[in-house]
Structures are given as structure tokens and as C-alpha cells.
Design a protein. Structure first.
Ligand SMILES: Cc1cc2nc3c(=O)[nH]c(=O)nc-3n(C[C@H](O)[C@H](O)[C@H](O)COP(=O)(O)OP(=O)(O)OC[C@H]3O[C@@H](n4cnc5c(N)ncnc54)[C@H](O)[C@@H]3O)c2cc1C
Length: 395
């Protein structure tokens, strides 16, 4: 009987988890149909020093969301072929290698061997490296370089369907493209594991709740807003490790419910450094330049350009389909002993080696939607840290 109850509870929990699957940094991945296992063994986790005096930085950034998904297509403007590669919402790092591979194929198809990349974030850097590997001579032109790009302000988890498009635009053709992007990126990331500085690694993430099924508030019938597409479970469930459940009392978070997922994490400082170093070592050039209108691109010597300007494409190309989705990170002093992530009461904690990351992620993917304000909110940062601190028994 107890076994049946536990099983029912776990299945309900898995269903509820899907509701929050697309929030990057939430510590929950869309789960496949595979059964979860119930663990009763005790779990020991290094205690996190989650105190607000350890906040070193509060950063705000806007995700470049497009209802119809990323724009990866070629456009002829005057003498130039511009291959767009922007609008990846909350999935830019996660999809970068696969999306840039498509952009590079389109750029190389023109037949030129000198190619410009506009932008030096996740998309610009991966486009530039893949162009070099395809035999091109590449110059990156960008207003800002890491760490002063939006990509440097991401949570740093492999979340390939986070705010990637609205469900109504997830056509079979889109799904095919997304799956290719996700799989190619995942494969590429496996070759970046185990490197000095740990640019990429796997971590355990614990989804903690006070109630057995407390994964997300149910969507109200009156909520007629478009739904964000959730694609992982349908298309790449085989890439997602099975989750495990820990019963209340078998871990240090007391009478709470715990579900463990394993996820890929990017230590963005080390990772961006690696990408730039590899690009320069292969003869790549970087020039600081800001463009205010597409016409200004005519001055560049290259005939083929990859446009990887992210949220900047909204102003540069007048593309108002790019919608800002605000996200704020509170960064605290690194703690090398803490190698696990947490999600509790709509707050995510990511154990990045380049600074621990605390983030209020809200009830759903509309949190921060159409908000381009970039002023840091100290109260929100402290709420994030204090919520996670509340998990640990008083010292
Ligand atoms: C809070 C938060 C958390 C996130 N977490 C994750 C996560 O965990 N995993 C994940 O995969 N994604 C995450 N994302 C999403 C990810 O950060 C973005 O999708 C990604 O950064 C987009 O990269 P990009 O290269 O397109 O753009 P950017 O990083 O914005 O790079 C754009 C480049 O273009 C340049 N540029 C722009 N305009 C111009 C111009 N007019 N002239 C010259 N240069 C210009 C910029 O200087 C910059 O170099 C998160 C985003 C936010 C906000």
C-alpha cells in the first residue's frame, strides 16, 4: 500500500514538474516517460553559506525572445549577404553550437572565404569558431565583448527550450530544426567536459518543495496568454538523465520533498574565455565597432556577415519581434565545496564556480516578460538568497 502511495505521489510530481520545465535555472528538466526511482538512503550535502552579505554583484539582462523562435536565415542587403542568428530567448548558450552550425552553412554557401561576425556573445563566438573550422577567415565586430555582453549574465544551465518560442509556432518544421540544434549542441558540449577551469560540467540539481506536488501553480482557465513551447520531453527525452526522489527526512532539508536531476552547467567566465582564446589562436580578429543601422554594414570589407547581435538586433534591424524578458542574478562568493544546484519556492540556485547564482524565476516563463528595465533590484536579490538560506537548519 505504501509503495502504491509513493508511486502515485511520484507520478503526480513528475507531471507537475513539466509545468516549470522551461524555466532556465529552475533545476527541473522536462522528464521523459521513464519511471523515477524512490531513494531512501540519506543524502549529505555541503552546507551553503547563503547570506546577503556575501552578495558581490547584482546583474540584470534581457533575454531576446521571439514568439516564432530564433531567426536563422539569410537576407540580401545591398551587396552583402547577412545571415541572421539571433532571438534565442532563454536558450542561447544551450542551442548555440547547433544554431550557429546552420548559420555557418548558409554563410559558407555563398562561396566567400572572408566572413564577418557581428556580435561576440554565445552566438557570435560559436559562429566565428565554426566558420574557422569550415575554412573561413573571420573577423568579429562587436560593440562589447565578454564579460560585458548579455550572454555573460545568463544563469549557465543547459536549458534548450527555455522561452524558445510560443507553442503555436512550434510547427513540425520548427521542431525538427530545434531538435537538430539541441542535439548538435549537446554533442559539442560533451567535448568540452573535463577541461582546465571546468568551462562545462554536469551538476546535480535538487528541486525542493514543502508539498509532494508543489512544482508549479496550475495555470488558471482565465489565463489566455500564449503558452511557451516545451520541447525537451517530446523530442530529446533520451538526453535527459532520469530523476530521483528522496523521501522527507532522508536529507538535511527536513520534512521537505526532494527530486534530483542531473544537468549540464556552463561556468561562463571560463567558457567564454576558452571560446575567445580558441578563436584568436586560430587567427581570428576582433574589432570593437558599433552599428546603428543596417546601411552601416556596407562599410565592412567582407561580403558575407553573420548577424549575432542578440537583443541588439531589435534596434539595429528594427526587429520588434524581439521581446525583452528581464532576468536578474544575485552573485555571491564562490564556494568550491558546493557543487549542487537548488530550486525552492520559485528561486533557483546555480553553483557556478565563477560566482554562485541566485535568481527569482517567478511562477512561470512570463516573469520579466516585455520588461527591458536593467536597474538592479536589491530587495529581489536578497529575497533570492534568503529563500535558499531558509532551506538549511539554523547553524
Ligand atoms: C537572466 C538570464 C538567464 C539566462 N540563463 C540562460 C541559461 O541558463 N542557459 C541558456 O542557454 N541561456 C540562458 N539565457 C539566455 C542567453 O543569455 C541568451 O539567449 C544569449 O545570451 C543570447 O546570446 P547572443 O549571442 O545572441 O546575444 P548577446 O550575448 O547579447 O551578444 C550580442 C553581441 O552583439 C553585440 N551587439 C549588439 N548590438 C550591436 C550593434 N548595434 N553594433 C555592434 N555590436 C552589437 C553585443 O555587443 C554583443 O557582443 C539567460 C538569459 C538571461 C537574461
Amino acid at each position: 500500500m505504501q509503495g502504491q502511495l509513493d508511486r502515485r505521489r511520484l507520478l503526480a510530481g513528475a507531471g507537475a514538474a513539466l509545468l516549470v520545465a522551461a524555466v532556465e535555472g529552475c533545476g527541473v528538466q522536462a522528464l521523459g516517460a521513464r519511471p523515477q526511482s524512490l531513494r531512501k538512503s540519506s543524502l549529505k550535502l555541503a552546507r551553503l553559506r547563503a547570506t546577503t552579505d556575501r552578495i558581490t554583484q547584482i546583474t540584470v539582462c534581457t533575454r531576446p525572445f521571439r514568439a516564432q523562435g530564433p531567426r536563422v536565415e539569410a537576407e540580401q542587403i545591398g551587396q552583402k549577404t547577412i545571415v541572421h542568428n539571433y532571438g534565442h530567448g532563454g536558450s542561447g548558450w544551450s542551442l548555440s553550437w547547433g544554431s550557429s552550425a546552420i548559420a555557418v552553412q548558409k554563410a559558407m554557401a555563398v562561396g566567400e572565404r572572408e566572413v564577418a561576425v557581428i556580435g561576440c556573445g554565445a552566438m557570435g563566438l560559436t559562429s566565428a569558431l565554426l566558420l574557422q573550422r569550415a575554412g573561413a577567415r573571420v573577423t568579429i565586430y562587436a560593440k562589447d565583448l565578454p564579460p560585458n555582453v548579455r550572454s555573460s549574465l545568463a544563469s549557465g544551465l543547459w536549458t534548450p527550450d527555455s522561452r524558445i518560442c510560443f507553442e503555436e509556432h512550434a510547427t513540425p518544421q520548427f521542431k525538427q530544426m530545434w531538435e537538430n540544434m539541441a542535439r548538435q549542441s549537446f554533442r559539442t558540449y560533451q567535448n568540452l567536459l573535463g577541461l582546465p577551469g571546468n568551462p562545462v560540467e554536469f551538476i546535480d540539481n535538487y528541486f525542493v518543495s514543502d508539498e509532494p506536488n508543489d512544482a508549479s501553480r496550475p495555470r488558471l482557465a482565465a489565463d489566455t496568454r500564449p503558452r511557451f513551447a516545451e520541447l525537451q520531453r517530446e523530442l530529446i527525452a533520451d538526453l535527459i538523465p532520469r530523476s530521483e526522489e528522496f523521501v522527507p527526512g532522508s536529507h538535511e532539508f527536513g520534512a521537505r520533498y526532494l527530486r534530483r536531476n542531473t544537468m549540464m552547467m556552463f561556468n561562463i567566465t571560463a567558457y567564454a574565455h576558452l571560446l575567445i582564446s580558441d578563436f584568436l589562436a586560430a587567427g581570428g580578429k576582433i574589432e570593437i565597432a558599433e552599428f546603428h543601422a543596417p546601411g552601416e554594414l556596407a562599410k565592412l570589407r567582407e561580403k558575407v556577415l553573420i548577424n549575432a547581435t542578440g537583443f541588439g538586433a531589435r534596434a539595429l534591424f528594427g526587429d520588434e519581434s524581439v521581446i525583452p524578458v528581464r532576468g536578474q542574478l544575485a552573485r555571491t562568493i564562490p564556494e568550491p565545496d558546493v557543487g549542487y544546484g537548488l530550486f525552492y519556492k520559485r528561486v533557483s540556485f546555480v553553483p557556478r564556480r565563477d560566482g554562485l547564482v541566485f535568481q527569482v524565476v517567478g511562477d512561470d516563463d512570463y516573469y520579466g516578460f516585455d520588461d527591458d528595465s536593467t536597474a538592479p533590484n536589491r530587495a529581489e536579490a536578497e529575497l533570492a538568497v534568503n529563500t535558499i538560506a531558509g532551506l538549511y537548519p539554523a547553524a
